[in-house]
Design a protein around this ligand. Structure first.
Ligand code: NDP
Length: 341
């Protein structure tokens, strides 16, 4: 389909029509200049009519998980966006790559290193792009603080604190089943703090320590952690502390550098996010709110149309690096010792 810009519009298949696909990605797609939702993949028949009517999706572009490989024959699908429970990301990424489709996969990209490596290898060998759905890498406020930090514009960053906790909701859900989620609050929302520390410092952590927090509901949190705190040591005496939780909302990021304190509050949720820099004075970081998933999809559209490889910061390698750190944090919490990376 031709755009006003004369550029080709990319065809997308959404895989898994839950909260994130419905309330976030599809909302971003409604005003997209780059993407057309041409296919859906779902295991829930009752969801089909609403999607089919809203997006005018053809009958043979409605797939289920068993017949997903038919995606190969959907010539109007350039990429799939995988919004499934975490442990299913690998299977559908690999099947999409083998069908010759580019992949956007939600965070965390996988629940174990082997799966992440297989996903990267499958996309490489099929010659398709693999992007992890790191929406904040496209957010201008986060881009600005990453830039302030990594360029040392406010002096050398020496400490970061990141807190992200959500109310996870009912007990009967995949997030609380380890075989589907791979872990609890850390792998789900703590990943944002790990990411932020890496892109603000521009460095990789050398060691982690961690502690599991109290469990207030032993039935609900029988398989995954409810609370976790961790610490990351970076080269050059830079430290990060993080907290992730599943029982109540908290959402803040603080960065202390030689010349300033930078705060985001809220920091990681869907926004609007608020940022402030305090040096001799207090300066608001005035960046108009843009719908996170709309901005992500528009930037991804340009990147997918460009034959150049995707930027490292949203690549499979970046997702793998985060996963290695998250798994080291779990190991540190379980054994009570510092784990070197
Ligand atoms: P939901 O539970 O709301 O949706 C997941 C969907 O996956 C279900 O609705 C279902 O879709 C499908 N599904 C297939 N197999 C299963 C299964 N065995 N159990 C449960 N669902 C299944 O989860 P979210 O949408 O919140 O999360 C999906 C992914 O998106 C996760 O990886 C999560 O980490 C990520 N996410 C990312 C966010 C971000 O800000 N980047 C925010 C929220 C989530 P259907 O009925 O169509 O088959």
């Amino acid at each position: 389909m031709e755009q006003q810009t004369g550029e080709k519009r990319l065809g997308l298949a959404l895989v898994g029509l839950g909260h994130y696909a419905t309330d976030c990605i599809a909302v971003g797609l409604t005003s997209s200049a780059y993407w057309q939702l041409n296919a859906i993949v779902t295991g829930s028949h009752e969801k089909i009519p609403a999607w089919q009517n809203k997006w005018n999706i053809k009958e043979d572009r409605i797939l289920n998980y068993e017949d997903f490989d038919r995606i190969r024959d959907c010539e109007d699908v350039d990429a799939v966006y995988i919004c499934l429970p975490n442990s299913l990301h690998a299977e559908f990424t690999i099947r999409a790559a083998e069908a010759g489709k580019h992949v956007i996969v939600e965070k965390p990209m996988a629940t174990n290193i082997e799966d992440a490596q297989r996903m990267i290898a499958a996309c490489e060998s099929a010659g398709v792009k693999l992007a992890v759905g790191y929406r904040l890498r496209f957010n201008r406020l986060h881009q600005q603080i990453a830039n302030l930090g990594s360029t040392q514009a406010k002096g050398k960053v020496n400490f970061i604190n990141a807190i992200f906790s959500i109310d996870v909701g009912p007990a009967e859900q995949w997030r609380l089943k380890k075989s589907l989620s791979g872990g609890g609050a850390l792998i789900d929302v703590g990943i944002y703090g790990v990411q932020a520390a890496r892109y603000i410092t521009g460095k990789e952590p050398v060691a982690v320590t961690a502690q599991f927090g109290p469990v207030t509901d032993r039935v609900k949190f029988a398989e995954v952690e409810e609370h976790i705190s961790w610490q990351m040591r970076f080269p050059g005496d830079i430290y990060m502390t993080g907290y992730a939780g599943y029982s109540g909302y908290l959402d803040e990021l603080s960065i202390r550098s030689a010349g300033a304190i930078i705060k985001l509050d809220p920091a990681f949720s869907y926004g609007p996010l608020h940022g402030v820099v305090r040096d001799e004075k207090e300066h608001l970081l005035v960046i108009p709110h843009e719908h996170h998933q709309w901005k992500q999809m528009e930037d991804l559209g340009r990147l997918f149309l460009d034959p150049a490889p995707l930027p490292e910061v949203i690549s499979g390698q970046e997702g793998l690096r985060d996963l290695q750190i998250l798994l080291a944090i779990y190991q540190a919490a379980a054994c009570g010792r510092e784990i070197s990376l």
